[in-house]
Write a protein that binds this ligand. Structure first.
Ligand code: ADP
Ligand code: MG
Ligand code: ZN
Length: 476
């Protein structure tokens, strides 16, 4: 039997606010345990939550960027359950009336565009963290993360393969980073994903029974967990068995998932409107203000880079992978560099050097202006492409300007026609056979003549000019 996978993803994205969602405690990662806490986020009696406006603003941003309808009125709900990392015994979330509904995100898989529905986006608070000490029969609890703002983004079951799920996650993550509302760090857990997956016989409209996969902390982990689950469910269905609706934990080390618990149902949580928080009202003016302030998103930027700078799809994709990189590129072009040359230098030399140094674009010793100057020196014929590589390496290492490095290294290119003509005449005189062969049509000998000139000038002759001169002198 042939099966088709049906996948829907629930992404939890931590919002980049300074303070928590309902109190003034810091959201900073890595503080000593239980130092970023207060009576509100710990859920002491008699205290009241106060909503952080930034959380709403950021979620509206995400909603607009994913084509959702922003709801004028949304409602806070309590999701009730006991767990030691949740001192209030309920999590404040949104349930029946979330802030964003019915959006979509376009993704690209193997060169084809797919539109993935976004069911909803809602805001909620994070829980604390249990720390297990394997050397002792105890566990600790750290409430610093309690009340850190999260956005949950739920997709429609529109994804059909692990590759599509990966593409969706990458695209969504890029969008959130562009919006500057989430750092997208999967390893640190600021961008987490639960994956729901079922199989159905190809051609069947009805969905099969799904499993929910948790605990993947990388894109690769998500893809692997989904692949494993497809094999597991297929084996069950092929034997005539039934998939159990359950939550499964992915174990990256073993490359397997394990059933954790039967899937809870919404009614198990006794969702109730939170009596401490009034319904959230977002007026049209607020939404329109946020809309007008949205940055250009990755997809639009990529299309514009292809259109405006004549870049191919791949190059435009690389250069728009992050806002700082895209801004850098546009600054190089604005400083006068031809768009293609700027792209080539950035994609090979600059990104290569940064990767080797383990640095980000913002930390590059060569600034856009500097790269543009270097490219201008090549274009004017002052230095060769080969010399420019050496100059660039020195600029990266020292932070010096292009012209200064060229001067210090005495790397000027010989572009003096008279001088090069003189050299060529000597070379022709010493190699009459080659000259005759060239004249007779053996144009391959161009390389020989250029090589000779390079030898005599220690590689400093302008090769393009030498080419022209050989043709001029030996042509008709
Ligand atoms: P819950 O809140 O119980 O996790 P939801 O209805 O919110 O359930 O759905 C969660 C996710 O599961 C959504 O992303 C949705 O697209 C996906 N989903 C729902 N049904 C299926 C199914 N049969 N197979 C795969 N994914 C599914
Ligand atoms: Mg769920
Ligand atoms: Zn607090």
């Amino acid at each position: 039997m042939e099966y088709e996978a049906v996948i829907g993803l629930e992404v939890h994205a931590q919002l980049l606010t300074e303070s928590k969602i309902f109190c003034g405690c810091s959201t900073k990662f890595g503080a000593p345990p239980n130092t970023h806490v207060c009576p509100v986020c710990l859920g002491m009696p008699g205290v009241l939550p106060v909503l952080n406006q930034k959380v709403v603003e950021f979620t509206i941003r995400a909603g607009l960027a994913t084509n959702c309808a922003i709801q004028p009125k949304s409602v806070w709900a309590r999701k009730n359950y006991f767990y030691p990392d949740l001192s209030k015994n309920y999590q404040i979330s949104q349930y029946e009336l979330p802030i964003c509904l019915d959006g979509w995100l376009d993704i690209e898989v193997e060169g084809e565009n797919r539109r993935i529905g976004i069911t909803r986006i809602h805001m909620e608070e994070d829980a604390g963290k249990l720390v297990h000490d394997p050397s002792q029969p105890v566990s600790y609890v750290d409430y610093n993360r309690t009340g850190v703002p999260l956005m949950e983004i739920v997709s429609e079951p529109d994804l059909r393969s692990p590759e599509e799920a990966g593409a969706y996650l990458r695209t969504l993550r890029d969008v959130l980073i562009y919006l500057e509302i989430c750092d997208g760090n999967m390893e640190e857990g600021s961008f987490r994903c639960d994956a729901n997956i079922s199989l159905r016989p190809v051609g069947q409209a009805e969905f099969g029974i799904r499993a929910e996969l948790k605990n993947m902390n990388s894109f690769r982990g998500v893809t692997k967990a989904l692949e494993y689950e497809i094999r597991r469910q297929r084996a069950i269905l092929d034997e005539g068995g039934k998939v159990v609706q359950e939550t499964r934990l992915w174990d990256a080390d073993q490359g397997k998932s394990f059933g954790m618990r039967g899937k809870e149902e919404a009614h198990d949580y006794r969702y109730l409107p939170d009596p401490d928080l009034p319904p959230l009202v977002v007026d049209e003016a607020w939404v329109e203000r946020v809309r007008s302030e949205l940055p250009e998103l990755p997809g639009a930027k990529r299309a514009r880079f292809m259109e405006a700078y004549g870049l191919n799809d791949y190059d435009a994709g690389v250069l728009t992978a992050g806002r700082p990189l895209a801004d850098y590129y546009e600054a190089v072009v604005a400083a006068g560099a031809p768009p293609k040359a700027a792209a080539n230098w950035m994609m090979t030399d600059l990104l290569g050097a940064l990767k080797a140094e383990g640095r980000e674009i913002g930390q590059a010793a060569v600034k856009p202006q500097g790269l543009a100057e270097l490219i201008a020196l090549i274009d004017s014929g002052a230095i060769s492409n080969k010399m420019a590589k050496e100059v660039f390496a020195e600029m990266m290492a020292t932070g010096k300007g292009a012209a200064k490095v060229v001067e210090e290294k005495g790397l000027t290119q010989v572009s003096d026609e008279g001088e090069l003509e003189g050299l060529l005449k000597e070379i022709f005189a010493a190699n009459p056979e080659e000259v005759e062969a060239f004249k007779g049509g053996k144009k391959k000998l161009m390389g020989f003549f250029v090589g000779q000139v390079m030898q005599k000038t220690k590689g400093q002759a302008n090769p393009k000019l030498v080419n022209q001169l050989v043709n001029k002198l030996l042509g008709e």
